[in-house]
Design a protein around this ligand. Sequence first.
Ligand SMILES: [Zn+2]
Length: 388
Amino acid sequence: MQPHREGYHGLRADRVFDGERVLTGRPIIVLRDGRVEAIEDGPIDPAIPVTDHGAATLLPGLVDAHAHLAFDPCGDPAQQFLHDCDDTVLTRIRHHARVALLSGVTTVRDLGDRGYLTLRVRDERRTDLPALLCAGPPVTRERGHCWFLGGEAEPGAALAAAVDERVARGVDVIKVMATGGVITPGWAPHESQYTVADLRTIVDRARLHGVPVTAHAHGADGVSAAIAAGVDGIEHASFLGVGGVQASDEVIAALAATRVFVGVASARLPSGKPLSPLFQAVADVFARQHRAGVRLVCSSDAGVDPQKPFDCLPHGIVDFRDVVGMDNQTALTAATSLAADSCGMGHRKGRLLPGHDADILVVAGDATADVSALRHPLAIHRAGMLVS
Ligand SMILES: [Zn+2]
């Protein structure tokens, strides 16, 4: 009569945030074989054991759509990748992935490693680490942003070849550095590394293979070029220009109209200090983007500086809510269902729905009224198993 009951388990709490909606009335999430089987608001088969967490919230594991597991946050980025051997980098990747999981991040999209090493860890398919999606080395100009990761490709035939190489290695997404960045001298954040035509070559080639493209772009020109090329996502969109932030209403309107995902990548540990004038200006631009209807994803860029260790995303959700001017529930959505959608994983991650992976956090109290509770999860389940 009940041949599979021993493979079932239930989790119960006062409320569930399913990635989009709040379910009250003490629902029970029924898990089976690492997946969500059902969410029941009535009695369930008494043969299924249920763990009752009481006055808590059950919610999807967090999705960090932008991290760099290979980076030592406290090290010099170029030096690490020019000198560390593969075993050292692999050890870092596994350790950082574990740190992320223990903070409640059950899916990490890695947007830049060296030598496709993150893919090796992804393919170990370990449930004591988050699920990984990987870009391999970002496509960049000679001595361009993060060139030391090994992804240099100049405009021309090399761009399609760069996409082909990444697809052959099995990447989940192509990352292209459309502009310079903060951590590599030579190209400033407002300087475009590629033209619209260059970026379109990359997008068209990736589309042939069915692989999405996300573009790192700070400056308004680079953001515009990425939109025109038809990328699936834009990382940063900070509108850093010469001498400060130069956001254009027109480009913000285009970000909203195209529904492209914008990865804010701003999460960091709380410093206790007010934002610097430059960071405040960037924050104001994200608030403008939010008001304009841009789909903002809460992500971390973990690894690139000491304030961005791999457990910073839960802290970043609190800042994201305040900086962008969102309510708690929308901020949670930005780090769960919307983040999963931005990674092309909305059918399995970021939501608690039947058939989705049982990556589930338990957080004290009502996390939908105050996301700061996410800083200290009570329990973390990955693929249905308790990891902490
Ligand atoms: Zn990054």
